[in-house]
Design a protein around this ligand. Structure first.
Ligand code: PMV
Length: 363
């Protein structure tokens, strides 16, 4: 599909009042997206596990308004009005208006809640923007004849819209493995939206576990928007983008064979490469903290000693995602609790696992 396919036909149903609600998960990239072009088009392909427990629940109430001049909306997080969220949503509305021409016709009340602490350093933009995109798609559906909106179109357009809010959000609509970014080795992959990974996946990856160690819960010193932009003119950028394409091809055979050793090597190399790109940007920056490195070294020592398939990945922050197969979770969780939790801020961590995407909620 192209951008043009997401411009709707004139709506058939007149304006009405309504309320819709969606829960949408976060996701964790295995091959990382870092660097973007205009309109949130990624410089390289990425693939992620959709998570199950870390999610945003958003309820969108809409009422028709008299004039269609400005956007009109208010945002609440856990019942508290959040005017500081408004500029990001306003930018999102501007980017998606061509595809959702009803945005100026309603007043929206956006009520949102995260299942993880807002200040945990876990990116709420993927779950938050995907939940909002799904709510807006439900409004579009309410204004359209049912036949115009198939489930596939609904999910694809929701992913397309979510991408315009926050790139990685386009990988949160469905599960359990999602690819975003056009790459030769994955049929159907596109820069415009996330697609379900289309090939066989070995049982080793079913119910894969992700324990998120909250090392630093403060605001990031450098936002991911700034980080992405620093890839423009970065001396290693082109090599990195090529490497991501190669890693997408490699992960395909790893996912098919169930080779956990190779999986861990690729995932950890991706995480460290992401941070190496940050450290070699100009200006350079470091998002890892001393405890991030302590945890990584402990994981490596324990893996060597135990022979278990424990590995890590990192997002654009100091927290560590510890990934491991379900059938090794007893011993590994014990190790995490005894050896790693001490490095977390206030001993906080979140147990999550691979999930299957967003759900609409009833009232
Ligand atoms: O979606 P953004 O702009 O917050 O970028 C997220 C980038 C990483 O989390 C670092 C990697 C990824 O692919 O999710």
């Amino acid at each position: 599909m192209t951008e043009h396919d997401f411009i709707p036909k004139p709506y058939t149903i007149t304006k009405q009042t309504g309320k819709v609600s969606w829960e949408s998960p976060s996701n964790i990239a295995l091959v990382k997206y870092w660097g973007k072009k205009k309109d949130q088009i990624p410089e390289n392909p990425s693939i992620s596990f959709t998570l199950n427990n870390c999610k945003t629940i958003t309820t969108l109430s809409y009422t028709p308004k008299e004039n269609n001049t400005d956007y009109s909306f208010e945002v609440f997080l856990d019942g508290d009005k959040k005017d500081d969220f408004k500029p990001k949503i306003e930018t999102f509305f501007e980017r998606i208006e061509a595809y959702l021409p009803f945005l100026r016709q309603f007043h929206f009340k956006i009520e949102t809640h995260n299942t993880f602490p807002h200040s945990s350093g876990i990116a709420s933009s993927a779950s938050g923007m995907s939940a909002l995109a799904l709510c807006l798609m439900s409004v579009e559906k309410d204004l359209s004849t049912a036949l115009d909106v198939t489930k596939e179109y609904f999910n694809t357009k929701a992913s397309f819209l979510a991408r315009l809010g926050s790139g990685s959000a386009c990988r949160s609509i469905e599960g359990d493995l999602i690819v975003w970014g056009n790459t030769e080795s994955i049929v159907g992959s596109t820069d415009l939206y996330g697609v379900k990974y289309p090939y066989a996946v070995h049982d080793n990856f079913k119910q894969y576990q992700d324990t998120i160690l909250l090392v630093d819960k403060g605001e990031k010193q450098v936002s991911s928007t700034v980080g992405h932009n620093l890839m423009h003119g970065h001396p290693f950028a082109q090599n990195r983008f090529n490497q991501a394409h190669e890693n997408m091809a490699k992960i395909k055979s790893i996912l098919a064979s169930g080779n956990l050793k190779a999986f861990i090597a690729l995932m950890e190399s991706e995480a460290l490469t992401l941070h190496a790109m940050m450290m070699t940007s100009m200006p350079y920056f470091i998002l890892m903290k001393p405890n991030t490195l302590e945890i990584i070294n402990k994981i490596w020592a324990y893996r060597k000693k135990s022979g278990l398939h424990i590995g890590f990945t990192l997002d654009a922050g100091a927290n560590v995602h510890v990934l491991y197969p379900k059938n090794e979770s007893g011993e590994i969780l014990e190790f995490i609790q005894h050896e790693l939790v001490a490095y977390c801020k206030n001993g906080e961590y979140i147990c999550d696992e691979i999930g299957f995407g967003a759900n609409q909620l009833d009232f």
